[in-house]
Design a binder for this molecule. Structure first.
Ligand SMILES: [Zn+2]
Length: 285
């Protein structure tokens, strides 16, 4: 499940390390186990990152000499295209990490000239970052709407669910997925107008947290959404596609199903995929 912390929460280094399962030091901490990158902006030091119009200009890693787009600088530069979640903290007092939220790149990283620790001019990489709406706020929004609808006796349960999904869930969820990739996860169709934010574990079966979890989503074109949603295709845990026996060759060709396809996978996503495989693909038969 994705990590949810209320913005403004202050953690110490031990709590931060245990929450993200990341290294205990460094300004950019990558965790493969939680598929996150933790960014820490130390505002107590000499080098202050600047904020303008809600865009945070984060200076990359490397204290001496020219910075390069390698290591975690590379991870951050590619974060909008990968499934990694980038969490942002600021330090205003030593040893206190104030959580700001999940961030995405608002623009392409660029280079700037700055002095290094020894006072020599060098090239640094600047990453323009933007905080996206926090899951906790979205869940609260969903709960408020659900509470309002609960009193309405004229509506069926399924109708209430549909209202919440279309009013809040679908658009916010699609936006979250678009922050990571702007194409069909299977065929690469890249016109946003035709892309559908498909839940791996369906909305009706998910908790509010799962409904908003990017790992529980695939951005798909209409063909692939339909095949996936109805359980005609699914994936093994490591990402290889699995296709229903009763799909004939013509359908396979015209609906663009490549039997060699592999889905980009991470630990959290594979849990949802396992659910889909068992409850949608296997139970269809
Ligand atoms: Zn597609």
């Amino acid at each position: 499940m994705s990590i949810s912390i209320k913005p403004g929460t202050i953690l110490n280094n031990d709590q931060l390390t245990k929450t993200f399962l990341c290294a205990p030091q460094g300004g950019m901490r990558r965790s493969h186990r939680t598929n996150t990158l933790v960014l820490i902006s130390d505002q107590t030091g000499i080098y202050k990152d600047r904020v303008e119009n809600n865009i945070f200009y984060y200076t990359g890693m490397g204290q001496v000499g020219d910075q390069t787009l390698t290591s975690q600088n590379k991870t951050l530069a590619e974060s909008n295209e990968s499934s990694i979640e980038v969490h942002f903290f600021e330090v205003f007092k030593p040893k206190e990490y104030t959580y700001q939220g999940i961030v995405v790149l608002a623009d392409k990283p660029y280079q700037e000239r700055q002095k290094d620790m020894n006072g020599n001019m060098r090239n640094v990489w600047i990453f323009p970052l933007q905080v996206v709406q926090n899951d906790i706020e979205l869940v609260q929004e969903i709960e408020r709407l659900e509470a309002k609808l609960v009193e309405d006796e004229t509506l069926e349960e399924t109708e209430k669910e549909r209202i919440v999904k279309t009013r809040i869930g679908q658009s916010k969820f699609k936006q979250k997925l678009l922050n990571h990739s702007k194409q069909c996860a299977i065929c690469g169709v890249d016109d946003e107008r035709f892309l559908i934010a498909s839940h791996i574990k369906p909305w009706s079966q998910s908790t509010n947290e799962e409904r908003l979890d990017v790992n529980n989503g695939l951005l798909l074109c209409p063909n692939h959404d339909s095949l996936f949603d109805k359980g005609f295709i699914s994936f093994y845990e490591e990402g290889k596609i699995v296709i229903a026996d009763d799909l004939n060759d013509t359908v396979r060709v015209f609906m663009n199903i490549n039997p060699q396809f592999r889905l980009k996978m991470n630990e959290n996503k594979s849990l949802y995929i396992k659910w889909h495989f068992q409850n949608r693909f296997m139970s269809r038969k």
